[in-house]
Design a protein around this ligand. Sequence first.
Ligand code: PLP
Length: 404
Amino acid sequence: MKNIQDIRQDFPILHQEIQGKPLIYFDNAATSQKPRSVIDSLNTYYTGMNANVHRGIHTLAERSTQAFEDTRELVRHFLNAQSIEEVIYTKGTTESLNLVASSYGQIAVNEGDEVIISTMEHHSNIVPWQLLCERKKAILKVIPINDKGELLFEEFEKLISERTKIVSVVHVSNTLGTINPVKKIIDTAHQFGAITVIDGAQATPHVEIDVQDLNADFYAFSGHKVYGPTGIGILYGKKKLLEQMPPYMGGGEMIKEVTFEKTTYNDLPYKFEAGTPNIGDAVALKNAIEFVLEIGRENIANHEQELLEYATQKLQEIPNLRIIGEANHKASVVSFVVDGVHSMDIGMMLDANGIAVRTGNHCTMPLMARFGIEGTVRASFAIYNTTEEIDRFVSELQRIIQVM
Ligand code: PLP
């Protein structure tokens, strides 16, 4: 693996001062920064090959279609999906989850049926299921968690039954960092005939994903959290389920033939890709995935685990600071609260020193309610972060707490 200083050189944005101090970017769970290859790819696409995909017979259209489909093939490999028919482009995790809730929910969920999610879900994996349950008069059930922020598996086993049609859980919690035992959850769901949806937004940058080994029915992620552009994401779905599902949106691309009497739909994956897609960002997603594959997800995870352990240990030494999320199995996210100091104030004062963290409820309001807090300060680390940055962050934090 390249050393971290060399990797940092690939990220132009990191080399700047914010408020007169060198930038420390610890908001990677919200979105990661982009390597030069991704930025260059966007430039190359728009300066050399921009054209609409799948429709043209001219050279630019062929080039852009090829590049667009090359990314799909790499995503297939990245997730170990069986075929490209199972890889659907979306705007991101949110759209992927809404697509499943709306389309699969339409055919599989009826009055009195049940959908199970967990307490640590992002709003993107709560609200689509609430909308579905409201529409279908179905029941939404929630797996509780313990004080460390781990799912209570035995409670899940009590909740699930033949009435459960869908189990949708987050692979890695964006607020707590908890890595959930999704394979075990998927196995249990299947024993009851339920299908599984995995929100992989936070897992994909650090965890090796093999959808066939997991046996996940659906898996969603966002390009921008995995060093790629915003506005592009993926829904993986098992072909046999996608084939049964009605289209999510209607329009160009997703049709075979249209008459005023009847429309027939395009083959997979295009049936779910109505309208002109986000071609430029899809093309650049390939460079992002290549970046991750080149370093290796295991190397990324190892480096981030070191940062996580280092930061956790340092933060634990600060009096009146409480870490929220102490699961045994965690990704590189540390959320915390400090007695008597509002998380927003900490975030603002860190920013005044060039340090970017996230504060607030992190789109997990029910999780905040579970811990009886309004929000946390969250530092989340990526491959380009260093222990020296953590030292500066912790010392600024100590100073802020003293001042406050
Ligand atoms: N799920 C989790 C766990 C997330 O962390 C996020 C984003 O923060 C999402 C879903 C939504 O992702 P996006 O906003 O890219 O659609």
